[in-house]
Design a protein around this ligand. Structure first.
Ligand code: GLN
Length: 192
């Protein structure tokens, strides 16, 4: 198995390290032809406007949209979640429109721009996940095919799955808890 990690901007090295620590090849993706022969794609955290505009410059928007439609597994974290979302209200930036969620960027006030919390993510088991939020988005609305994987105690949805597409508002790549990546790799490795 081979996972492509979008390496235009942001925390791609951290994702590549975890994928490799879990025994799977990770390849950096900067150009469309590098998408060939990948079994899944990770879109890291960073700055979504920068990532999306570099995707546009390097001709990656259309191929990634099509691969998501065809069922290629994808994991987007923080800015990566924004890239996968259907749209961002009050922002006319083009996303991949892959997951039927509407997200709000920088959804936490200035004092809580960044925080870490123990998050319950039932699909990962009973033990809470150390979730790091850095100028994070939230999921404001989700379509009927979307499964919400985690909510903050205040009720905001912060992780979702639609088919083989997963999005988290937090940064699993910045912790030593690899369960979320393991969950994604299991999806990417499953035959149907
Ligand atoms: N605030 C960033 C954005 O809007 C996301 C931050 C992150 O990925 N840590 O793209």
């Amino acid at each position: 198995m081979r996972i492509g990690v979008l390496a235009l901007q942001g925390a791609f090295i951290e994702h590549m390290r975890i994928v490799e620590e879990l025994g799977v090849d990770a390849v950096p993706i900067r150009l469309p032809h590098q998408l060939e022969e990948t079994d899944g794609i990770v879109i890291p955290g960073g700055e979504s406007t920068t990532i999306l505009s570099l995707m546009e410059t390097f001709g990656l928007i259309q191929p990634l949209r099509q691969l998501a439609r065809l069922g290629l597994p994808m994991l987007g974290t923080c800015a990566g979640m924004i890239c996968l979302a259907k749209n961002i209200p009050d922002d006319d930036v083009q996303t991949l429109s892959a997951i039927d969620i509407v997200v709000r960027r920088n959804a936490f006030g200035r004092q809580t721009d960044s925080f870490e919390t123990e998050l319950s993510i039932p699909v990962l088991g009973a033990e809470p996940f150390p979730a790091i939020f850095i100028r994070a988005p939230i999921i404001e609305r989700a379509g009927p095919q979307v499964q919400i994987l985690a909510k903050l105690p205040s009720g905001e949805a912060v992780a979702a799955r639609q088919g083989k597409l997963i999005a988290t508002a937090f940064h699993p790549e910045l912790t030593r808890d690899f369960r979320l990546h393991g969950y994604f790799l299991k999806i990417a490795g499953s035959p149907e």
